[in-house]
Ligand binder design. Structure first.
Ligand code: CTP
Length: 446
């Protein structure tokens, strides 16, 4: 049996891809198609891919030409695959002529004629997608949004709104966007909103935007109450609009890769996760104001909860919360979560400094991610036999908001109400943890 392999991103699958796959299949008896993973594409600068890896895999399968679809995730994988799958022919479009000659050492390399006049890039540029985004809340958080949005295709930051007229005009001028004096004026200008107002306004802002039929990307913590979070996600679906919590870590390519690797068993069964994050901030900031729902858990909790929920799920049996309080806010909180066969803990601090790392312990080894693990660009897998230790390096571009903006647009374009990066149920559970804290359940002051 003659085995053929080919690779590609296959974004917005088009006739050029279909022709290529047909020709590749005709070269042999069995065709393997390597589809690039989202993180691999981002790593090589392809940031504007519209369909996520699952959608691209489905599109390739639907052509009927692939006998097997695999994921391409790292540089050098082609050599591994060719040997691993016993490949006879490596085929690729003629735009790559010469680039894969190095594979001649392992199999025959054939450059197939490329279909003229079409490409994913062309479709992305031509597509009429332009999601106009309005900023609600022109404070510190919102400052990074416009420049990050610029590197994602199909997005423009076009207007802003803030209850504070001065903050509004400063922001509008600094970023060249329209200042709207009322929220309704903003809704008339945009298709979606980025909510970066103070925490306690999120709920009302999201609700009003959804009723105005706008998609919503809301800064984390989205809300501080599980019931409210649940209600908002239901409302979004009823309104046919996307609601997404903007948790940077959830969209970080390296973090996602780490999660996938651990789920695939590289450190065995996970029995313990410790995640910490602390930041000594100006004591006069809103982070220390109880009336504005400040405090370490509200400010930072959604980050350490993320790896715990992603890896252990949401069905913990018990959560004990230990906090040092000052003027009504927690300046330090430690949470201990008991799962049926694991124990996880997290530490967050605004007035206490601690080592900020993520350690995931398993039956075969552990993963170590140094600070700032919440914008992961490096991690290690460590084993008893140190020769097996592995270090992984990645790129973290800009402020990292581009990754979540890109996923937000992809969800809008593809009508996906939930993203695998941060499931709605995970976001709801994060809010439920903050609610447990607010209700002082299973809570001990230290
Ligand atoms: N391909 C082709 N004819 C086209 C476009 C792509 O034969 N008009 C081939 C490529 O040569 C490659 C495969 O399809 O072998 C997958 O290419 P991919 O990079 O996913 O598609 P492009 O449309 O070229 O994407 P982009 O514009 O993002 O580079």
């Amino acid at each position: 049996m003659k085995k053929v392999i080919t690779y590609g991103t296959y974004d917005l699958l088009h006739q050029g891809h279909i022709n290529l796959l047909r020709r590749a299949k005709e070269l042999g008896d069995y065709l393997i198609v390597g589809v690039t993973s989202d993180s691999f594409d981002r790593g090589r600068g392809k940031l504007n891919v519209r369909n996520n890896v699952l959608e691209r895999v489905e599109a390739v399968k639907a052509t009927g030409y692939a006998d097997e679809v695999i994921i391409e995730d790292y540089v050098g994988q082609k050599i591994d695959d060719v040997q691993k799958y016993g490949i006879d022919i490596f085929a690729i479009g003629s735009d790559w002529v010469g680039k894969f000659d190095y594979l001649n050492e392992f199999c025959q390399v054939i450059y197939l004629p490329r279909t003229e006049g079409i490409s994913s890039t062309m479709l992305r540029t031509k597509s009429t997608v332009n999601v106009r985004i309005g900023i609600i809340g022109c404070g510190r958080m919102a400052q990074r949004f416009p420049s990050e949005g610029k590197v994602v295709s199909g997005v423009s930051t076009s207007a802003c709104y803030d209850v504070d007229a001065e903050a509004l005009s400063i922001y509008a001028e600094a970023h060249g966007v329209k200042a709207c004096n009322t929220i309704d004026e903003l809704y008339n200008e945009v298709d979606a909103v980025y909510v970066a107002s103070p925490h306690l306004q999120h709920y009302d802002n999201i609700k009003s935007a959804l009723f105005a039929k706008k998609h919503v990307l809301c800064e984390t913590p989205m809300v501080l109450n599980g019931t409210q979070a649940n209600e908002l996600y239901h409302l979004a679906e009823e309104q046919g609009r996307i609601l997404m919590e903007a948790n940077k870590t959830a969209h970080c390519p390296a973090f996602n890769h780490l999660m996938v690797m651990i789920k695939s068993g590289v450190i065995g069964e996970v029995v313990d996760i410790e995640a910490s994050l602390s930041q000594l901030l100006d004591k006069n900031g809103r982070e220390f104001d109880a009336a504005q729902a400040g405090g370490a858990l509200n400010e930072q909790g959604s980050y350490p909860l993320l790896p715990i929920f992603k890896l252990m799920g949401l069905n913990y049996e018990n959560l004990s919360i230990y906090s040092r309080m000052k003027n009504g806010v927690d300046i330090y909180t430690k949470g201990v979560m008991r799962y049926p066969r694991a124990v996880c803990s997290f530490k967050v601090g605004l007035g206490v400094k601690t080592e900020g790392n993520l350690v995931i312990s398993g039956t075969k080894g552990y993963a170590y991610v140094p600070a700032p693990w919440w914008k992961t660009d490096y991690f290690e897998l460590r084993y008893e036999d140190q020769n097996r230790n592995q270090k992984f390096f990645y790129k973290w571009d800009g402020y990292g908001l581009r990754y979540e903006i890109q996923e937000f647009i992809s969800c809008i374009v593809n009508h996906r109400f939930s993203t695998a990066r941060l499931r709605r149920r995970e976001s709801i559970q994060m809010a439920a943890v903050m609610q447990q804290f607010a209700e002082r359940k299973n809570f001990i002051e230290i």
